[in-house]
Design a protein around this ligand. Structure first.
Ligand code: NAD
Ligand code: MLT
Length: 525
């Protein structure tokens, strides 16, 4: 497994990667070079400059993971990655503090006209009226997007005696209360009442240009604005006009529509302060980002669950050990179901019982879909694209949960119109299949398994077991474990054999000649 680090990350991150994975550090590759070499790599690490689009992902025939050393993934076509089953991970918490502190610097710096004051002092000028500042105490700060950075900015601003209002339609009221921000039901409400406005949303179709000409008109006269999120969330042309007209008193920008930004009409204006995308550029943040993305890449490459997956349902890091075995169980149950029943895949029902229902089970459900689809599809189905592939194939999933369970702890059941499989986890990670179609079984879902159904006239059963053993012995297939479960009402029995190696097709044919043996299914999990 080879990882390409295509943009700079901290030495600490590089050292971690090099200790665990074959790592190539190749900064400054041209687009053409990157397209040419990407096919050699299973992992790619970028920051914000390299465009990881469908073309690049398509050339990455071996690519499994793209790591974004930072927060914003607007340079990555996440949808295309998902379609291709490529996991995208980022390091979103590592630069939150730096970005929030930089936002405060941009806010306070413009309150006291620092850029202009510096320029004047350099020219030998002193205390001009136009550089008189304002205090922030008691003023209203409007925060658009109360996520990681927005919420920290809220706390910092309150520490300076500001009133904070926030607009974020995607979070519960409880989060506004937790971070001491008054919830604004609409963006307009926030624009009307804020003395200063700062944006902290991701850049996407909805937010790009969300602050434009109309929004500036709705703001208070003399408002001051900050953009330390992504260029273009505040429309640059509209901002220019609003500054020229005096509607906006001043602004500070860390990010630009086009980066690097070498020319911009805004550069003419003394009322704007600029930094060249410095929000995360602190010693501490860079160290943390490098380390975090290296750890994510290593985890993903080892097939472990990652902490910050962009295109997978997220699981809180401390819950990972509880959820992981159930994801693994669900994958095996799904695969067993498909190999055993050869279903048509219309609708499946997944039932969760017991303690497991206390957790977010999205990934476990995705695990079932991955298991169901993998044995029958040519394309690679993994946790990243399983839900999408299932949706494309019209598979409907019904999920039910019941907190109460019998004595088995947590129980998972997969039911379709063809049959039913149940399973559980003993202890911390001992996976077991506990039921198939009403037969109570207890076997480890791993390796080669042979499942047969045979009729149950009492006299035949011992004979059948012996005959099966002989056929397998002749074929050189070693039996590790056998269990037989009869059902007198159906006059049928099920036998599950854990075997050492693949059942040769001739041996299967021979088995089917045994009288009373109804069906044989070799399964590989
Ligand atoms: P986050 O995902 O934690 O928070 C984003 C918040 O925006 C969420 O609460 C979300 O609900 C909200 N939101 C989404 N759409 C919205 C809309 N239309 N209106 C209002 N709210 C909306 O992200 P974060 O880590 O806080 O990062 C925020 C931004 O800062 C991102 O754009 C990120 O790329 C950028 N960033 C910049 C730098 C820098 O160097 N300048 C550093 C880190 C992050
Ligand atoms: C981020 O999204 O993490 C920041 O914009 C910083 C960066 O891209 O390095």
């Amino acid at each position: 497994m080879r990882v390409l680090v295509a943009e700079p990350i901290s030495q600490e991150g590089l050292t971690k990667l090099q200790a665990e994975l074959e790592t190539d550090i190749r900064y400054g590759l041209s687009r053409q070079e990157l397209l040419r070499v990407i096919g050699h790599y299973t992992g790619l690490i970028v920051r914000g400059h390299i465009r990881v689009d469908d073309e690049l992902l398509g050339r990455g025939k071996r690519l499994k993971v793209v790591g974004r050393a930072g927060t914003g993934v607007d340079n990555i076509d996440v949808e295309a990655a998902t379609r291709r089953g490529i996991l995208v991970v980022n390091a979103p918490e590592s630069n939150t503090v730096s970005a929030a502190e930089h936002t405060m610097a941009l806010l306070l710096g413009q309150m006291r006209n620092l850029p202009l004051a510096t320029a004047l002092v350099r020219k030998g000028r002193w205390k001009e009226a136009r550089i008189r500042g304002v205090e922030v105490l008691g003023k209203t700060l409007g925060i658009i997007g109360l996520g990681r950075i927005g919420s920290l900015v809220s706390q910092m601003a309150q520490g300076m005696g500001m009133r904070v209002v926030a607009y974020d339609p995607y979070i519960p009221l409880e989060r506004f209360e937790r971070f001491g921000a008054e919830r604004m039901a609409t963006l307009e409400e926030l624009l009307h009442c804020s003395d200063f406005i700062t944006v902290h949303t991701p850049k996407n179709e909805e937010t790009y240009g969300m602050i434009g000409k109309r929004e500036f008109q709705l703001m208070k006269d003399g408002v001051r604005v900050v953009n330390c999120a992504r260029g273009g969330i505040i429309n640059e042309e509209a901002l220019y006009q609003a500054l020229k007209s005096g509607k906006v008193k001043s602004a500070a920008l860390d990010v630009f529509d086009q980066e690097p930004c070498r020319e911009n009409p805004l550069f003419e204006l003394d009322s704007v302060a600029f930094t060249p995308h410095l929000g995360a550029m602190t010693v501490e943040a860079q160290r943390k980002v490098g380390k975090a993305i290296a750890e994510e890449m290593i985890r993903a490459m080892k097939g472990e669950l990652v902490r910050y997956a962009v295109n997978l349902p997220s699981v809180k890091p401390k819950l990972l050990p509880h959820i992981s075995p159930y994801i693994s169980l669900a994958e095996r149950m799904g695969s067993l179901y498909t190999q055993l029943f050869r279903p048509q895949m219309g609708e499946v029902e997944i039932q969760y019982r017991g303690e497991i229902t206390d957790y977010n089970l999205q990934l476990v459900t995705t695990g079932f879909l991955k298991g169901l689809l993998n044995p029958i599809l040519e394309e690679k189905v993994n946790l990243v694209n399983a839900s999408l592939v299932a949706e494309e194939r019209g598979i409907k999933v019904k999920e039910t949960r019941m907190r109460q369970s019998d004595d088995k702890g947590s129980l998972l059941t997969l039911q379709g119109k063809e049959g039913k499989v149940s399973g559980t986890v003993y202890g911390k990670k001992d996976l077991r299949i506990t039921g198939i179609d009403g037969f109570q079984v207890d076997f480890v879902p791993s390796g080669h398994i042979l499942i047969d159904y045979h009729s149950l006239p009492h006299t035949t059963t011992p004979g059948i077991i012996g005959q099966i053993g002989m056929v397998l012995g002749r074929a050189g297939v070693n039996i590790k474990k056998i269990q037989v479960e009869g059902d007198p009402q159906r006059e049928m029995a099920m036998m599950v054999l854990n075997i050492d190696n693949l059942l040769p097709p001739e041996a299967k044919e021979e088995l089917l000649k045994i009288e009373g043996l109804l069906e044989v299914r070799p399964i590989k999990l």
